[in-house]
Design a protein around this ligand. Structure first.
Ligand code: GLU
Length: 253
């Protein structure tokens, strides 16, 4: 079993089709994470869903500017999201913490060192860091491509044993995922450039990421010796199957 992990959960796993937070699924994921913690795994959760949670809180926002709307949704939604995580983790006698980062924090050595030290402190005290992009200050060029990029950077910073990226699909398919004839690709070698041809351009409905960025981040992370598990965050008990033989998704190594 892996002893250290970064687990990234995308917006489509955390919200329902109508955009509201999917409390049932979030609760199920926290149950699985708590079980990993009880088994001694050191882990960091990278969670999207702030913008979605903000939209749920503020259905008739008067602010019209697109950038400001996103900032308002994320600033309010992040509170809602963390409130939920705090309560759910507390149900397992676990404490969680909020870590918000921008791309600049990974470029600035002092910010990087401060963040690293904070992670070490949190993990040393068995606290679950819940990381998200700081959407309030991260606009345009300061933005990560998506939280997959953020998760890859955190995984490489902490040199964890594996990175898990949960979305609303099982993984990489050799054709359109909705097409019954398409087969799931179970294993991808990080240096195999030909896999990019299987990537479908269509992105998930609400998250910013897509399979192309997932695969780019995953191959980069795997080349540094950290295997990446792509899986469906709505599959019951998926985090209990974190082994090459039983993983119901795509492994990049
Ligand atoms: N940071 C955004 C949020 O919390 C999500 C970014 C992404 O979709 O990767 O809503």
């Amino acid at each position: 079993m892996y002893k250290s992990l970064v687990i990234k959960v995308g917006t489509n796993v955390l919200t329902r089709p109508d955009g509201r937070l999917d409390v049932t699924n979030i609760s199920h994921l926290v149950d699985q994470i708590a079980l990993l913690k009880k088994n001694g795994v050191s882990l960091v959760l990278v969670s999207s869903g702030a913008v979605g949670a903000g939209m749920e809180l503020l259905p008739s926002l008067v602010t019209e500017d697109e950038v400001a709307r996103r900032q308002v949704f994320s600033a309010t939604g992040q509170v809602r999201l963390m409130e939920l995580y705090r309560q759910l983790f507390a149900g397992h006698d676990l404490v969680c913490a909020q870590v918000l980062a921008t791309k600049g924090d990974f470029r600035d050595q002092r910010h990087y060192d401060n963040m690293y030290n904070c992670f070490r402190g949190l993990l040393g005290d068995q606290i679950v860091p819940v990381v998200n992009e700081n959407d309030v200050v991260a606009v345009t060029e300061l933005m990560f491509t998506d939280n997959d990029e953020l998760a890859g950077l955190v995984a490489r910073m902490l040199r964890v044993e594996a990175l898990v990226i949960l979305s609303s699909v099982d993984g990489l398919y050799d054709g359109p995922p909705e097409d019954e004839a398409s087969a799931l690709i179970r294993l991808v070698e990080a240096n195999d450039k030909t896999v990019m041809e299987f990537v479908q351009e269509k992105k998930s409905s609400r998250g910013r990421g897509g399979m192309a960025t997932k695969l780019k981040i995953a191959t980069k992370t795997a080349r540094e010796g950290i295997p990446v598990y792509l899986g469906n965050g709505r599959r019951p008990g998926i985090l209990n199957a974190l082994e090459a033989a039983s993983w119901p998704g795509t492994i990049i190594r």
